[in-house]
Design a protein around this ligand. Structure first.
Ligand code: BGC
Length: 817
């Protein structure tokens, strides 16, 4: 920190104290509760603007949950982690800060730094890695970048939210060593290194205590040991106890206005249950956050001059390229030869309707989406590309956004129109006061989603609904269904968002002929709810064609082309927030499709469009496999860059890719009697594969790129490792040099090896380059449960310079006193 920064910090602290002094108890407690879904109240008397928060992490949605207010959509966090490049994450963060400022957002609800404990975790795509070192490094870069742009972050979800099942109540039972060495480690690295202005506490409990009330982990560890001075925001609707939360160090209860803070907190102070000093401490943290983000007049913002503007579209494309992981490339199948006359058969539903981001609160609405079909059509000469669906992984209706032109008509009880809202995706997601002009909850009785649908294909079309309440569905002027969808047993308040789609009616329609559609929703009484919101969707599924005929069609196309590119994918029902996966199989007939295509064309390239691992039983039968994650809005353009060789796929696996689900070290994410025991202790990810002697499909850190590397020399001291590598291929490239430590004479239980540090280097063909990599002291430490402190473990270590956890190129030994 420079002298000037320190001086600004002092002035800011004084301004915060002065503002705090002017507030009475009721105003202070009001400031600690959301005034609505996304913001805190403004306090003009102290020059405080309303502090606005928004998800996070691949874009900035803003306060409106609508495609009417588009955002740049970057690749999934798994893809960002796959670049193994904190500087790149920092550039992503700067773009997001720019987006946040454009949308009036002060605090981004990101990054998500829970670990890939099990590949079943529903938000696996939204977390970075199975390794705390990689997660901490990428998360630190991201936080630094967002905050470079004058916007705050909330590192989430603190802590132990590594799966979704019963997330509001589950007790994650984690022993002290794995808690410190794995799950807290990324938070610690980010808090101490990048100094985030915020943290978000999770829904779940850890070792019996609800995280929003966890005095030990919040007040003693996060603030006490690590020196966190930012604001601690609850996850949405996580706050459940007025005294428990404020004494547990939770500063802000979101969303509002009905929360456990506000008047309830003022009352608790007056009743002597809570010292006013606890409220003051929380208000101080909130004012400091506001001041840093430039929302407290008279206090200097943390950033005096903003970084240069970033081209979001170009960065989204670059990030996607950098995150693609080429895990298999037999006989240099990739990049494709593009000489005249060569043809490509592109196959797969997701090649046309790409899945560019994961579902749930991480959803943003990009202005444009470049599918693989769009990307390759633009990049290849006319006539070089054919397309076939091959297999459709989704047999459930999805939001009506293809071929539909819809709007939402709002009426009062007498049927008079109050106002209208546009509806680009068939989904009504109005939260808090975000209602169309002229509409209020007091007068609104029904919403009709109406408009026209022009079918892409003729045949039997399926219509459905998502959401809770009473509906009426009509197509072509005929009422096809009316009924009620009640709340399910799960009682997750987000069920209306994430709940199962329901099929309601089927009707035969002709291709290209417009038809009127209408879905009317009766607005229920929302009195007494913590947040008023209207969430329901019109869903649609095109005609189902015979699955074998679709595969036959794709096989014929593959046979006729020089190369077949098959895009396989998961669906929103497989990977999303709010639930976990039950297996890792690709949905539908996609495995059959790949096998059949590979049998017909030896040059078959498979592109995996999934945020987290899937089983690939055919992986040895195809020429190349490229893991594309959820690649963000420019994914298809980036894919064309990589397939055709304009760019090298830059990624390395941030998580071990199992050969089969049963090989995954943790296959259980369902709590038993409310408890989810982290029985595997220190052994998740590659640490567990190594211990269990299981060879995965592709190891942690693996990724091929388009050139080759020779590892020439390795020197190690206790704090620095030097590795010299030479690019022995024919193209320039980037190598991620990975340093693992393996204790040779271990007195304590530890994994057989672990990632200690890494660095990216670039070199042209024939060029050598030396990576100088700092070894953090923590790499040699364990958490001593008895001493409650970190303990350095001396002895002899093998230091490994590796291309992946499974591919060590050089070793040396190091004696540590
Ligand atoms: C998620 C958070 C998110 C919040 C606000 C919660 O359900 O767990 O990650 O920031 O909603 O959308």
């Amino acid at each position: 920190m420079t002298d000037a920064d320190q001086a600004r910090d002092r002035i800011r602290e004084d301004a915060v104290e002065a503002a705090l002094d002017k507030l009475d108890l009721d105003t202070k407690t009001r400031l600690l509760a959301g005034q609505d879904m996304w913001s805190l109240p403004a306090l003009p008397e102290i020059g405080l603007h309303s502090l606005v928060m928004s998800d996070g992490p691949v874009g900035v949605r803003g306060v409106r949950w609508s495609a009417d207010d588009p955002s740049v959509a970057l690749p999934s966090p798994t893809a960002l982690a796959a670049a193994w490049d904190p500087e790149l994450a920092r550039r992503a963060g700067r773009l997001l800060a720019q987006e946040a400022r454009r949308k009036g957002v002060h605090v981004l609800l990101a990054p998500t730094v829970n670990l890939h404990r099990s590949p079943l975790g529903g938000r696996h795509f939204e977390c970075y890695s199975e390794d705390p070192c990689l997660t901490g490094a990428v998360g630190s870069g991201y936080v630094a970048g967002v905050q470079d742009g004058g916007v705050g972050t909330t590192v989430k979800h603190f802590v132990g939210n590594d799966a979704e099942t019963d997330r509001f109540t589950v007790d994650s039972v984690i022993a002290p060593r794995p808690l410190r060495e794995l799950y807290l480690a990324p938070f610690e690295a980010i808090v101490t290194g990048a100094r985030p202005w915020g943290v978000m506490t999770a829904y779940n409990r850890v070792n019996g205590t609800t995280m929003t009330e966890h005095r030990h982990l919040v007040n003693e560890v996060l603030r006490g040991e690590w020196g966190f001075d930012g604001a601690n925001v609850s996850d949405w609707m996580a706050a459940r106890s007025t005294t428990g939360d404020i004494l547990g160090g939770m500063d802000v209860a979101m969303p509002g206005p009905a929360t456990v803070y506000g008047p309830a907190l003022a009352e608790a102070v007056r009743a002597g249950e809570v010292p006013e000093a606890a409220v003051d401490a929380a208000v101080r943290n909130v004012l400091r956050l506001a001041a840093r983000a430039g929302a407290l007049e008279g206090a200097p913002a943390a950033v005096a001059s903003l970084p240069a503007l970033v081209d979001g579209q170009a960065l989204a494309r670059e990030l996607a390229v950098r995150g693609f992981v080429l895990v298999r490339n037999e006989d240099a199948a990739l990049p494709l030869e593009v000489s005249a006359g060569r043809t490509v058969a592109l196959i797969g539903a997701a090649a046309r309707d790409a899945r560019v981001l994961g579902g749930g609160s991480a959803t943003v609405f990009p202005e444009r989406v470049v599918s693989p079909l769009d990307g390759l059509t633009a990049a290849l000469p006319d006539g070089a590309l054919t397309y076939a669906v091959g297999a459709d992984p989704s047999d459930e209706p999805v939001p009506a956004d293809r071929g539909f032109r819809l709007r939402a008509v709002c009426r009062d009880a007498s049927g008079a129109v109050l106002g209208e809202g546009s509806l680009p995706t068939g989904q009504v997601q109005w939260i808090g006061d975000d209602l169309p002009a002229g509409v209020s909850y007091e007068t609104l009785a029904s919403i009709e989603v109406r408009g026209t649908f022009v079918p892409r294909e003729g045949g039997e079309h399926t219509f459905g609904t998502r959401g809770l309440g009473a509906f009426e569905l009509a197509v072509g002027g005929r009422t096809l269904w009316s009924g009620v969808q009640p709340m399910g047993d799960e009682a997750d308040p987000f069920e209306a968002f994430f709940g199962a789609p329901s099929e309601r009616a089927r009707i035969a329609l002709a291709a290209g002929e417009p038809v009127e559609v209408s879905l009317t929703f009766r607005v229920p009484d929302m009195a007494g709810l913590p947040v008023r919101a209207i969430m329901f969707s019109l869903l649609h599924l095109g005609p189902r064609r015979d699955a074998d005929a679709l595969i036959d069609e794709a096989v014929a196309a593959a046979r006729a082309a020089d190369t077949a590119v098959v895009v396989v994918a998961t669906t929103e029902r497989v990977e999303s927030e709010g639930f976990d996966r039950t297996d890792l199989a690709l949905p539908g007939r996609q495995d059959d499709l790949v096998r059949a295509v590979a049998a017909a064309n030896p040059r078959t390239v498979v592109v995996v469009n999934a945020g987290s691992p899937v089983e690939m039983p055919w992986r040895e039968d195809v020429a190349a496999v490229l893991l594309g994650w959820f690649p963000g809005q420019e994914g298809g353009a980036a894919l064309a860059d990589v397939l055709l060789g304009a760019e090298e796929p830059g990624g390395r696996l941030p998580t071990t890719w199992p050969a089969r689900f049963a090989d995954a070290p943790v296959t259980e994410v369902v709590p038993v009697d409310g408890r989810l025991e982290y029985r595997e202790g220190l052994f998740i990810g590659y640490r567990a594969y190594e211990r269990n002697g299981i060879v995965p499909a592709f190891p942690f850190g693996h990724g091929l790129g388009y050139t080759d590397w020779a590892y020439e020399s390795l020197e190690a001291t206790a704090d620095t490792v030097r590795v010299r590598v030479t690019n022995t291929g024919t193209r320039p490239g980037r190598e991620v040099v990975q340093v693992y430590l393996a204790p040779l004479d271990d007195a304590v239980e530890r994994p057989a090896s672990w990632l200690a540090a890494f660095a990216g280097v670039q070199a042209g063909p024939g060029e050598s380059v030396e990576a100088e990599i700092a070894l953090p002291a923590r790499a040699f430490e364990i958490w001593d449960e008895e001493a409650r402190a970190w303990r350095r473990i001396g002895g002899t270590y093998e230091v490994r310079a590796s291309r992946s956890h499974g591919d060590t190129r050089l070793t040396t030994t190091l004696d540590l006193a």
